[in-house]
Design a protein around this ligand. Structure first.
Ligand SMILES: Cc1ncc(COP(=O)(O)O)c(C=O)c1O
Length: 407
C-alpha cells in the first residue's frame, strides 16, 4: 500500500480497495439487540443524540453530515462506559453461573448477588474514559476498582474516576505499560482485569467490551433510519482499535448494499493501525515511545488483535493526523453554523469532523477526497466519542485557539 503524505497539514493516509472478509457473529445485529437490552435497564439510560449538521453540510458541499454525540452518555462524557458496564455485568454473571439475559439489573446490583460472589476488585489501565466507566460500574455493583493511569494524566480525569470511589494511581508509564502493570497487580492480588484491549490468552473480557460499544452503533442505525438516511462514508477514530472494530464489524453487517466506505483516523504519534496497514504483511504492528498527542484517548501503541483483522480487511482508508485536526474539529463543533446544534467535543472525539473540514476546504486534501469518492452525494457519519473530559485543555483550544491550523 502506498503512503500518501499531505505535507500541508502534517497528515498522511493510506488507501486500499478493501479485500473484505466474513464478519463475526459476535458483532452481529442480533448480538447488539441483547447488549442494548442490558443497557436499557441501567438507571439514566437514554440514547445519545445523532446530530444532523444541515447548515454546515450546505457550506461544505456534501449531501449530509451526522455526528453521533456521546458526550451526554450516562452523564459521564464518553461512550466508554458502554463497554465497561457490559463487561463487568458479564463477569459477575459468569461468577454466578447464569447468562446475563436471565439476570435483571435490579438483581445484579442486589445485596444477595454481592453476598454470593463476595467482594471482588476490578482493575484496569486507562487514559481516563474507560477507567471512569469501570469505576462507575463497580460503584453500582458495590464492588471495588483500582485504576492505573499513564504519566501526564489530566487531574480532572483523575478526579472524575475517584468520584466513583475507585482507587487511582497515576504511573510514570505510557498506556501500554500501564496495562501491563494492571495485569501484574491483578495476578499478585487476585483482582479481575477489565481491559479494553486484547492479547494472547486475554480475549473474553475485551470481546464483551467491544460488544458493549454496539449499543452506540445500534442506536445510530435506528436514528439514521428515522431520518431516512444511508451513510456512504463512516469515519471512526482508533486508539487500540476496539471501538473501530465494533463500529466497522457491526455497521458493515447492517449496511451491506452498498457497503459504506470506512475511514480509520489516528493521531500521528500513536498510529498503530496505520502502521499495521502500512506494513502490508497482514499482522498487527506496535508503535512505541511516549505516544504524545492531545488525543489522549487514542494514545495507544498496540492494536487490539481481535479488531485488527476487521480493521485490516474492511476499511478503505487509514489517516494519521496532526493535533490541529482534532483542535479544529473541537472549534467547529463548539461554534455551530447558525441553526445547527453545537456539540461539546473533546480532543479524541472531534478528529472526525476535523478531517471532514480538511476534505471540504483544503486543496491539499483533494486527492484523498477523490480517492474516497467523497462529493455532493455523500452522507458522512462520525462519532464524537467524548465531551470536554479535560475542561482546562478544552478552554485553551476553544477560547484561546491552541493548536491552530498549520498553514
Ligand atoms: C474518547 C475516546 N475516543 C476513542 C477512543 C478509542 O477507542 P479504542 O482504544 O478502542 O480504539 C477512546 C479510548 O479510550 C476514547 O477515550
Amino acid at each position: 500500500m502506498e503512503i500518501k503524505e499531505i505535507t500541508n497539514q502534517n497528515c498522511k493516509y493510506l488507501i486500499q480497495t478493501p479485500p473484505g472478509r466474513d464478519l463475526p457473529a459476535t458483532l452481529s445485529p442480533a448480538t447488539a439487540l441483547g447488549v442494548r437490552a442490558f443497557h436499557r435497564q441501567l438507571p439514566g439510560y437514554k440514547p445519545t443524540p445523532l446530530v444532523r449538521l444541515e447548515r454546515l453540510v450546505r457550506a461544505w458541499g456534501f449531501n449530509d453530515i451526522f455526528v453521533k454525540d456521546e458526550a451526554p452518555r450516562f452523564g459521564l462524557k464518553a461512550f466508554k462506559v458502554l463497554g465497561g458496564s457490559y463487561a463487568v455485568a458479564r463477569l459477575v454473571c459468569q461468577k454466578l453461573g447464569r447468562p446475563l439475559s436471565e439476570v435483571p439489573y435490579a438483581q445484579l446490583v442486589s445485596d444477595d448477588v454481592r453476598k454470593r460472589i463476595g467482594q471482588i476488585t476490578l482493575t484496569t489501565a486507562t487514559d481516563g474514559n474507560h477507567g471512569r466507566g469501570v469505576a462507575w460500574a463497580a460503584e453500582r455493583l458495590g464492588q471495588k476498582a483500582v485504576v492505573y493511569m499513564p504519566k501526564g494524566s489530566s487531574p480532572s480525569r483523575v478526579t472524575a474516576i475517584r468520584s466513583h470511589g475507585a482507587k487511582v494511581e497515576v504511573t510514570d508509564l505510557n498506556y501500554d505499560d500501564a496495562v501491563r502493570l494492571a495485569c501484574r497487580m491483578a495476578e499478585e492480588n487476585g483482582w479481575y482485569v477489565v481491559q479494553d484491549t486484547a492479547w494472547e490468552g486475554y480475549t473474553e473480557v475485551p470481546l464483551w467490551i467491544m460488544q458493549g460499544y454496539l449499543t452506540m452503533c445500534s442506536e445510530t442505525v435506528d436514528q439514521l433510519r428515522a431520518e431516512d438516511a444511508y451513510p456512504t462514508h463512516i469515519f471512526v477514530q482508533a486508539g487500540v482499535g476496539t471501538l473501530a472494530g465494533a463500529v466497522v464489524g457491526y455497521l458493515a453487517q447492517v449496511f451491506q448494499e452498498p457497503r459504506p466506505k470506512f475511514i480509520i483516523i489516528e493521531p500521528n504519534n500513536a498510529a498503530c493501525i496505520f502502521a499495521s496497514a502500512a506494513a502490508g504483511d497482514g499482522r498487527p504492528h506496535t508503535v512505541t515511545g511516549d505516544l504524545d498527542t492531545i488525543m489522549v484517548g487514542l494514545a495507544c501503541g498496540e492494536p487490539n488483535p481481535l479488531s485488527w483483522e476487521i480493521l485490516r480487511d474492511i476499511p478503505s482508508a487509514y489517516v494519521s493526523c496532526d493535533n490541529c485536526v482534532a483542535a479544529n474539529g473541537m472549534r467547529i463543533l463548539a461554534n455551530s453554523v447558525d441553526g445547527d446544534a453545537s456539540v461539546e467535543a473533546g480532543e479524541s472525539g472531534a478528529v472526525g469532523i476535523g478531517l471532514m473540514d480538511l476534505l471540504a476546504n483544503h486543496t491539499d486534501f483533494e486527492t484523498l477526497k477523490d480517492d474516497l469518492k467523497i462529493g455532493p452525494d455523500s452522507t458522512l457519519l462520525c462519532f464524537n466519542t467524548e465531551g470536554a473530559t479535560d475542561p482546562v485543555n478544552y478552554q485553551e483550544i476553544i477560547w484561546h485557539g491552541k493548536y491552530p491550523s498549520i498553514d
